[in-house]
Design a protein around this ligand. Sequence first.
Ligand SMILES: Nc1ncnc2c1ncn2[C@@H]1O[C@H](COP(=O)(O)OP(=O)(O)O)[C@@H](O)[C@H]1O
Ligand SMILES: [Mg+2]
Length: 294
Amino acid sequence: MLTLSGVCKRYPTGDRALTDIELSLPRGQVMALIGPSGAGKSTLIRCVNRLVEPTSGSIRLDDTELTRLTGRKLRQARRAMGMIFQEYALVDRLSVMENVLSGRLGYVGFWRSFMRRYPEDAVVEAFRLLERVGLAHALDKRADALSGGQRQRVGIARALLQSPRLLLIDEPTASLDPKTSRQIMRLIRELCAERELGAIINIHDVALARQFADRIVGLRGGKIVFDGTPAALSTDILTTIYGEEDWSTDANDDQQADAQRKADDTGQASGPTEPSVATDAPRPAPRLAAGASR
Ligand SMILES: Nc1ncnc2c1ncn2[C@@H]1O[C@H](COP(=O)(O)OP(=O)(O)O)[C@@H](O)[C@H]1O
Ligand SMILES: [Mg+2]
């Protein structure tokens, strides 16, 4: 269980990015954190793994107070939190397998990783994970030869190789087309259920958040303005989160996404047990984020 209590973040520039955040994430819960650009979504998940230092407040993961950790203990705690990034953060010239294995860098020590020698159990587990995310056939491809959806699958496998208790995911679909976005969200959802992993997913796309999260938290101006089920997220609440003008753009996006979903559902012969394997085209142009005000 992750618990944030009274968390505030003020950047040295004076920007107040988070104000009095109170939030508990039970084990196994998939939470979508929505809100316009600049709302504080990235700051919140970065405070959790201490890429950003919170100005005040408490962040606990199970029995550990994360805000006071330093050195080796901090590195240990970070391993319990798998990060998945919008831009995948892969090493382009390395193979898919090597990128996944880099998820174990914290365990294998500098020299072994420098020599690119990993323990056999890590290699076996990396292969199993690549199979699970539908990339076993591509394990020796260079990362820069992959489509966007495939790159994100590598990022997911890499995060899971550290056997995390929690996933912190920043805009996982922002660079993907709508169909690939849904496949990636479905995969994340399934993996969380299989491994009883909690997840905080920062996401602009309200339709995706509604479809794949157990719970939605809305941030605006660094404050939580909504915390509830996808069903409770009404148009009025969306207006509170995104503001009148921005939200109208987002609603159109939702309609398009719904139309796309219907077209996909009728066009696909796949049964309910079909694994979410990528069949995505080469990297698409980034989607314009709905609700973005910059
Ligand atoms: N490194 C930084 N230095 C100063 N201000 C920052 C920094 N990162 C983010 N901010 C500010 O903090 C606020 C929240 O940003 P961010 O967490 O990136 O929001 P989101 O991820 O929701 O778009 C914004 O006002 C942003 O300008
Ligand atoms: Mg962000």
